[in-house]
Design a protein around this ligand. Structure first.
Ligand code: KG4
Ligand code: ZN
Length: 337
């Protein structure tokens, strides 16, 4: 089954062609235009998607030896949550392509797609699993009973973890997005030299709060804290909170797998702590490779493949609209049935 997947939920334009769950060709274009603004400017992001997307599709089709859209079996695009103007670019293109070639269209939930970065077939992980989704827009814990049923345990009450990385990096003049730059800045730092609070750190609470941490970082920065020490301390506090809450839910639920997804899972400290703790417990850990931790279209294609594997006639209506927020309790890959 040939799946053409499109992702434009924020500031990355991405296209992938998959044969079932295997990647045949993919392109990701990260918009650098926002770095001057210290955050994503939605209007600029939408305009860039319009300019960039057709070229990415052409490259992916040509690399995969696809001469006509009629050779595609399923078209999938992220429907939300995300920036509505950005989402509409990928969603509208994909719906039009599916309609023109008379093929199925699937609108995919972005959060579910991050989890499906790990999907290669129904048995690719053992359930129950606990999933940590940690990105620029979301910080959530889920218990997964199957690929099609991830139940929300809790999420952030204010900023997402990636957002806290970005805001801290911005404060220190490290540009946007700042997660990777802040991680680099932390390499030579000593976290013990700067004391920061650990907000809502009780591991039994499956909720997060990072906005107070941001304020504490600001105060330390303004009183002259060393950048490397501050970055190291900030990173340690965030990683400790994420790992301890994830592990508590894993132990409590008797989960046999831990699945991590989203841009912040590119962070090496988080990756090594998760590897260490899951190995100690004999739990299978699923971490995305770094390229597929941040937004990409492969995860959208794999979510679409999971939907079709479960029910080959599934599709979304062509009136499927973009949406900015997801507020449910059970996360499913398919939107707008
Ligand atoms: O999943 P993603 O690409 O977009 C959303 O769905 O939000 O995640 C982007 C986020 C940004 O906040 C970025 O700073 C963060 O992931 N990030 C990192 C690292 N690489 C990306 N955070 C910490 N350490 C990193 N190495
Ligand atoms: Zn994302």
């Amino acid at each position: 089954m040939r799946i053409l997947a499109v992702e434009t939920s924020c500031d990355d334009s991405a296209v992938a062609l998959l044969e079932d769950s295997s990647v045949v060709a993919e392109r990701i274009h990260s918009q650098s235009i926002h770095s001057n603004h210290g955050g994503v400017v939605p209007e600029l992001a939408s305009r860039q998607h319009i300019e960039i997307l057709p070229g990415l599709v052409k490259e992916v089709l040509s690399e995969s030896g696809t001469s006509s859209l009629r050779e595609i079996d399923v078209f999938a695009a992220t429907a939300g949550p995300g920036l509505v103007g950005s989402l509409l670019v990928g969603l509208s293109w994909t719906k039009a392509a599916a309609f023109a070639s008379g093929k199925q269209f699937l609108g995919i939930n972005h959060l579910s797609a991050h989890l499906h970065a790990h999907y290669t077939g129904p048995d690719s992980i053992a359930f129950p699993a606990v999933a940590l989704l940690v990105s620029g827009g979301h910080t959530c814990l889920f218990i997964m009973e199957s690929w099609n049923r991830a139940v929300l345990l809790g999420s952030t009450r204010d900023d997402a973890a990636g957002e806290a990385f970005d805001k801290t990096a911005k404060l220190a003049g490290l540009g946007y997005p700042g997660g990777e730059a802040l991680e680099k800045a932390a390499i030579d730092g000593n976290p013990g030299n700067v004391l920061l609070p650990s907000p809502l750190s009780d591991p039994t609470l499956p909720e997060f709060s990072f906005s107070g941490l941001k304020t504490a970082v600001k105060l330390q920065w303004e009183s002259g804290a060393d950048l490397a020490d501050l970055a190291a301390s900030f990173q340690k506090v965030v990683v400790d909170i994420l790992v301890s809450k994830l592990l508590f839910q894993t132990d409590r639920s008797g989960a046999v797998s831990v699945l991590a997804a989203g841009g912040v899972t590119a962070n090496n400290l988080l990756r090594s702590r998760l590897r260490e703790e899951c190995a100690k417990r004999g739990i299978a850990l699923f971490l995305p490779d770094k390229k597929h931790a941040t937004d990409n279209a492969v995860m959208v294609g794999r979510a679409a493949y999971a939907v079709i594997r479960e029910n080959p006639s599934s599709s979304s209506s062509l009136s499927c609209n973009a949406f900015s927020r997801w507020s449910g309790t059970t996360l499913k890959p398919l939107c707008c049935t």
